[in-house]
Design a protein around this ligand. Structure first.
Ligand code: PAN
Ligand code: ZN
Length: 186
């Protein structure tokens, strides 16, 4: 990958990328609260929830970036979201939003939660020790750039097991509700 690339500011898409990851509902089974709603949808479709276009500079001290295209939609009353992760190393990240509307949900290992509105032009500092999940609360794709140290590392396990402390659901509009984690009880 060359050192220079191009972002179309009106669409938010990259001209070049090294790889694209596609996440469908079946890849996010464990992540949505309402498991019944997940299975009901999967009976006859497996919608794309998001795609991530990666540009990676893999050398010591290198930075990488990616553009995420997060679709609009809901599972039950929970808005579509990215899996969410901690960085394995203590590494911050910068998000810049090009299109759409959403909420960036972040929380540290003690459960301290901070949310940020995502809208065209919003530029957000994600603190090193905070897990982060983007939530599309709008009706159009949410498209944003994320820049992070290449060696940050992505730790998905704890979020996959426990989820975030809050869910973002549609209750006459986007609303933060406490995650009672009852869906995890056997
Ligand atoms: C982002 C995310 C991207 C997809 O580039 O990786 O939005 O979210 P998940 O990785 O949680 O599936 C980022 O935060 N990179 O560090
Ligand atoms: Zn990240």
């Amino acid at each position: 990958m060359e050192n220079i690339n191009e972002i179309d500011f009106s669409s938010g898409f990259l001209k070049e990328y090294k790889k694209v990851q596609e996440r469908r509902l079946s890849d996010l089974r464990e992540y949505f609260y309402d498991k019944k709603a997940v299975e009901n949808i999967l009976v006859n479709q497996n919608p794309i929830i998001y795609r991530v276009y990666d540009v990676i500079y893999d050398y010591p001290g290198g930075l990488s970036y990616s553009v995420t295209e997060l679709m609009p939609g809901k599972v039950g009353n929970e808005y579509y979201f990215t899996k969410g992760h901690f960085h394995s190393k203590s590494a911050a990240e910068i998000y810049i939003v090009f299109k759409g509307n959403g909420i960036l949900l972040t929380e540290n290992r003690s459960g301290d939660t901070k949310t940020y509105n995502m809208y065209r032009g919003s530029t957000i500092n994600v603190e090193p020790e905070y897990a982060h999940r983007s939530v599309n609360t709008g009706t159009t794709p949410l498209i944003f750039l994320a820049i992070y140290p290449t060696d940050a590392g992505h730790d998905y396990e704890s979020i996959k097991e426990r989820g975030f402390s809050y869910l973002i659901v549609d209750k006459n509009g986007p609303t933060l509700i406490k995650n009672d984690r009852k869906n995890l009880e056997k």
